[in-house]
Design a protein around this ligand. Structure first.
Ligand code: HEC
Length: 101
């Protein structure tokens, strides 16, 4: 249990450079919901039109998700979905997928 906590702290420190840790929900948990459509680890699925979302630069990904949240652009699913996440959670999700090559 203790070592698990230490691992989480190390991971979060690496991923976020020590900023806003207290506000960030576990990005692994947040990202799991994305994998339903975008495939395991966001790598896409065969014969599935949903784009892979792994390995993208975190700032660009976060900007895209915050745009979806503000209905820019208007799309089919992501506008509704992105509204369910705070900006801090979006930053955490973007950093998580950026680190999956
Ligand atoms: C219910 C299925 C579904 C889920 C769950 C889902 N997405 Fe999407 N995503 C889509 C679809 C469909 C699109 C294409 C745009 C649209 O029509 O909404 C898309 C587009 C995107 C794009 C733009 C990709 C591009 O190349 O334009 C990003 C980034 C993205 N999703 C990230 C995420 C993240 C991060 C999550 C988890 C928080 C997530 N998605 C969860 C279905 C989903």
């Amino acid at each position: 249990m203790i070592s698990r906590t230490i691992c989480s702290v190390v991971f979060l420190s690496l991923a976020f450079g020590g900023t806003a840790l207290a506000q960030t929900t576990d990005p692994v948990v947040l990202a799991n919901s994305c994998s339903t459509c975008h495939g395991p680890d966001g790598k896409g699925l065969p014969n599935n039109p949903m784009p892979p979302i792994n390995g993208r630069a975190a700032p660009a990904m976060a900007t895209a998700l915050k745009g979806f949240k503000a209905d820019q652009p208007v799309v089919t699913i992501m506008n509704r979905l992105a509204k369910g996440y705070s900006d801090a959670e979006i930053d955490a999700i973007a950093a998580y997928f950026a680190n999956i090559k």
